[in-house]
Ligand binder design. Structure first.
Ligand code: NAD
Length: 272
């Protein structure tokens, strides 16, 4: 039998949906006929993506929502449910890093402020846990649903300089497995939780780490990454969409608790 990648008519909630990766995921879902709720801390960036989707004939609504505020997530969940009846798919995309939580020539590990470390842990980990509680509960009540988290290469083997981000994304991998098991054992065999681990894609958050300011020359770190990627290049954001669709659609109905690297072979390569 041919597997089904059909998500037509599904209701998809994307946190961080105003951003590069999740904006692309939101647009793909809409193009495939899903109804998309775009949640972002910044309502204007969420609205930009929603307007683009509507402009192409899709169905989307933007919500200003901080993934660290449970009451705001509950309000968004209530609004989405009022409009479209239910939530079928949650993509937990809000996440990121903060310069103060990284090491560099001027700041070694011992000098990272606790509040910067905590900020990164909160955004990535708690920012995934809280929406999973709110939307996951609604899925548990219906007995059906899909959650997709966003991990990172740094979760599999920590990258230098980004201790808080690595710790947080490693926790996402663990939480993905934990929640997959808990929801299947205790709520429904038809709720699945998985993650993607993007490799290196040039975006707002990491541009200055990969390219010398204002040039197209790779930084030493950028060169190291490309040199350690068997495919020899950074990824294109669209290359995250195939795995996204696989994991949120019926094609992966028997798949739960996994983290799929999309990295040009980076995580498979020993370097030798
Ligand atoms: N870009 C990459 O190469 C890469 C690699 C691996 C993992 N990731 C992960 O992918 C996800 C998306 O990354 P991106 O590159 O598209 O980043 P991005 O900065 O373009 O998007 C992140 C979005 O999250 C929103 N956001 C931030 N804090 C929020 C909050 N508290 N509540 C709600 N929304 C909030 C931002 O406004 C932004 O629109 C992140 O989890 C990131 O860690 C990115």
């Amino acid at each position: 039998m041919v597997p089904s990648f059909d998500i037509q008519g599904k209701v998809v909630v994307v946190t961080g949906g105003g951003g590069v990766i999740c904006g692309a995921q939101a647009k793909m879902c809409a193009e495939l006929g899903a109804k998309v709720a775009i949640l972002d801390l910044f309502p204007e960036v969420a609205e930009r993506v929603a307007a683009e989707i509507r402009g192409s004939g899709g169905e989307a609504q933007a919500f200003g929502c901080d993934v660290l505020e449970k009451s705001a997530i509950e309000a968004a969940c209530a609004a989405v449910t009022a409009r479209w009846g239910q939530v079928d798919i949650l993509i937990n995309g809000a996440g990121g890093n903060k310069p103060a939580a990284t090491t560099n020539a001027d700041r070694n590990f011992f000098d990272i402020p606790a509040d910067a470390f905590q900020w990164v842990l909160n955004l990535n980990l708690l920012g995934t846990v809280l929406p999973s509680q709110v939307f996951g509960k609604a899925m548990a009540e219906r007995g059906e649903g899909v959650i997709l988290n966003i991990s990172s290469m740094s979760a599999i083997q920590p990258l230098t300089r980004v201790p808080a981000y690595s710790t947080a994304k490693a926790a996402i991998n663990n939480f993905t497995q934990w929640l997959a098991v808990d929801l299947a054992l205790n709520f429904s065999k038809r709720i699945r939780v998985n993650a993607i681990a993007p490799g290196f894609f040039v975006g707002n958050q990491n541009h200055d780490l990969l390219y010398e300011k204002g040039t197209t020359n790779l930084t030493p770190r950028g060169q190291q990454i490309v040199g350690h990627t068997p495919m020899g290049r950074f990824g294109e954001f669209d290359e995250l969409l195939g795995a996204t669709l696989y994991l949120i659609s019926p094609a992966s109905n028997f798949v739960t608790g996994i983290v799929v690297p999309i990295d040009g072979g980076f995580s498979a390569f020993s370097g030798v």
